[in-house]
Ligand binder design. Structure first.
Ligand SMILES: Nc1nc2c(ncn2[C@@H]2O[C@H](COP(=O)(O)OP(=O)(O)O)[C@@H](O)[C@H]2O)c(=O)[nH]1
Ligand SMILES: [Mg+2]
Length: 391
């Protein structure tokens, strides 16, 4: 299991919100940079939106981004198709910074490869403890000119994205009037909705928006104007509070699992290799288990510190977004803090039991002691993890 080490330096100060503030209170808080609880916040996180655009080569991804965000990125077939990947463009509008990720190189035959890459990237960013890394919306483009929708695009990209809680908007590009265009667009909408409903077993709740990103002329000489910008931008509108509420518990949980997993690995290693002596009155087995328990307490401490940090960051973002809804205090899933692994005590010192200890010690190999202790570690780990699964 990969172990994520979170940066836990930085100020530790959970900014708990006491309750919802009214609009005027909120304004006052913003002016003074204070929460209702009176804790000062020095820096406001700027509003950040991360937008990703996906779809096969030539469907009009780059043109859509130019239209929606006012970029001037080169489009069209004349472009050298060098390499594959993501290209990040940044623009600030009304105090919000948009990081817009254009993609290129998705040909039909490279879909499986792409799916893996794109989904891994989206997952990595969407589960980051840093809110500024989350993707806020993904535009998936299909062109109404070809009206082609590959099953793999739906099944292997859009469905997993929706399942992971990502906001996906389908843009039907090249939506200008043309031969049987309306029929094609309606057909695409219907197909997508049916396929997604079938696969998700629910209403996909996904907006499908026809767009014309490039002004032009029809063959008959009529001019075509662009459209769909307002709808496309509105569909990507984003409620930070909702998103935080949705994502934070899972991210916190993942960190708990990673930290506990790391503790288990360290403990098993220690129990497999730590010194166990059989000299009379030796407490080496107990010392090993003391180390394991001490490490577990430290692990709980680290989990709490990470949780506080996550909460503090979320609150900073909520404040910057002018949100007035208090963060639900129950966002941190509870788990039972089993504070010790019961130790096998090889000897209790000079006591009446000493003779018996010595006798039993001769019967126990260090191997069986190690096995016994390792099992206890596994059991403790399983008990803690199971206690968290319930909520
Ligand atoms: N008529 C029309 N042409 C478009 C539209 N969107 C893109 N195009 C054209 O389609 C071609 C491919 O667009 P591009 O944005 O480079 O596609 P990408 O490979 O997905 O980034 C370019 O020649 C664009 O001018 C549209 O809505 N209407
Ligand atoms: Mg492009």
């Amino acid at each position: 299991m990969p172990i994520r080490i979170w940066n836990r330096t930085g100020s530790k100060g959970p900014m708990k919100r006491e309750g919802a503030a009214s609009h005027s209170e909120k304004a006052a808080q913003e002016d003074s940079g204070q929460w209702k609880s009176g804790q000062k916040i020095k820096t406001h996180k700027p509003a950040v939106r991360n937008i990703l655009v996906l779809g096969k080569t030539g469907v009009g991804k780059t043109s859509l981004l130019n239209y929606l965000y006012g970029f001037d990125l080169p489009t069209g077939a004349g472009l050298p198709k060098t390499g594959k990947g993501l290209h990040e463009n940044v623009i600030t509008r009304n105090g919000t910074t948009y990081h817009v990720f254009d993609t290129w190189g998705i040909e039909a035959d490279s879909l499986p490869e792409w799916r893996k890459e794109v989904l891994a990237l989206v997952r990595k960013r969407n589960t980051s403890p840093h809110i500024s890394e989350w993707f806020h919306a993904v535009y998936y483009c299909f062109s109404a000119s070809t009206a082609r929708i590959e099953e793999a695009e739906v099944e292997e990209i859009i469905v997993p994205l929706l399942q992971s809680g990502c906001k996906v908007i389908v843009a039907i590009t090249n939506a200008e009037d043309g031969f049987r265009k309306k029929e094609k667009i309606d057909g695409m909408k219907q197909y997508l909705t049916e396929e997604l409903t079938k696969r998700l077993h629910r209403d996909p709740q996904m907006e499908i928006i026809p767009v014309v990103s490039i002004a032009g002329e029809t063959l008959a000489g009529d001019s075509i104007s662009r459209f769909g910008r307002t709808e496309a931008l509105e569909a990507a509108q984003y409620n930070l509070a909702d998103d935080i509420e949705k994502r934070l518990p899972a991210i916190y949980k993942m960190n708990v699992m990673n930290k506990l997993g790391a503790w288990k690995e360290r403990s098993l290693l220690l129990l497999a290799n730590g010194k166990i002596s059989f000299v009379l009155n030796n407490n080496s087995a107990k010392q090993l288990i003391d180390l394991v328990n001490y490490d577990l307490l430290n692990t709980f401490g680290a989990i709490d510190a990470d949780g506080d940090k996550l909460e503090a960051e979320a609150n900073e973002y909520l404040l910057a977004a002018g949100d007035k809804k208090p963060m639900d205090r129950r966002w941190r899933p509870e788990f039972s803090r089993i504070t010790y692994v019961k130790g096998y005590e090889y000897s209790k010192g000079l006591s009446i039991g000493l003779a018996m200890d010595v006798a039993s010690s001769l019967l126990r190999s260090s191997k069986s002691i190690r096995e016994n202790l390792s099992r206890r570690v596994e059991k403790t780990y399983a008990a803690i993890v199971n206690s968290m699964k319930k909520n």
